[in-house]
Write a protein that binds this ligand. Structure first.
Ligand SMILES: [Zn+2]
Length: 153
């Protein structure tokens, strides 16, 4: 279960719409109590897919542009980690959008997912934020869907 307040959900939706038809991405900070995650802050980041800062993915995937891929720069991740430490939170997960595509993870999403993180995916249909799902990996590295609770955190 991942808990998100309406204001942060709106930030994700707005970013997904303004980035359309490209994928947007960002980092969620918060805290967890066992399997329950609470998001207190979202940090929109630039989609650097295809630039030098995504080279560390080590994949030759030039057929896909930012309409189908996203990457967060290592620098942005480090800054988020630093900020999280300062305000005594941790990185809870990553969100990104799927322009004109369902809110289900791709094989690429799965391959590069971190075990501890939640992955929120927002589907943007014709430029409008539509379905929003959250996913996390199980012990076999398969994504399972988790409930999103939209409420004051
Ligand atoms: Zn994806």
């Amino acid at each position: 279960m991942i808990r998100l307040d309406p204001k942060n959900l709106q930030i994700i939706k707005t970013q997904s719409e303004s980035s359309y038809p490209l994928e947007c991405c960002g980092i969620m900070l918060g805290y967890r109590i066992k399997a329950e995650k609470n998001v207190l802050e979202v940090i929109p980041t630039e989609n650097v897919w295809g630039s030098e800062s995504s080279d560390n993915f080590g994949v030759n995937d030039s057929n896909y542009g930012k309409t189908r891929r996203y990457a967060i720069s290592p620098k942005a991740m480090l800054q988020a980690e630093k900020k999280a430490r300062e305000i005594k939170l941790e990185i809870i997960g990553i969100y990104h959008s799927h322009p004109d595509y369902p809110a289900t993870p791709s094989e690429f999403d799965r391959e590069f997912a971190w075990q501890e993180y939640s992955y929120i995916i927002v589907s943007t249909l014709y430029g409008k934020a539509d379905c929003i799902n959250s996913w996390c990996l199980d012990d076999n590295r398969q994504f399972i869907q988790e409930t999103i609770l939209v409420t004051e955190v």
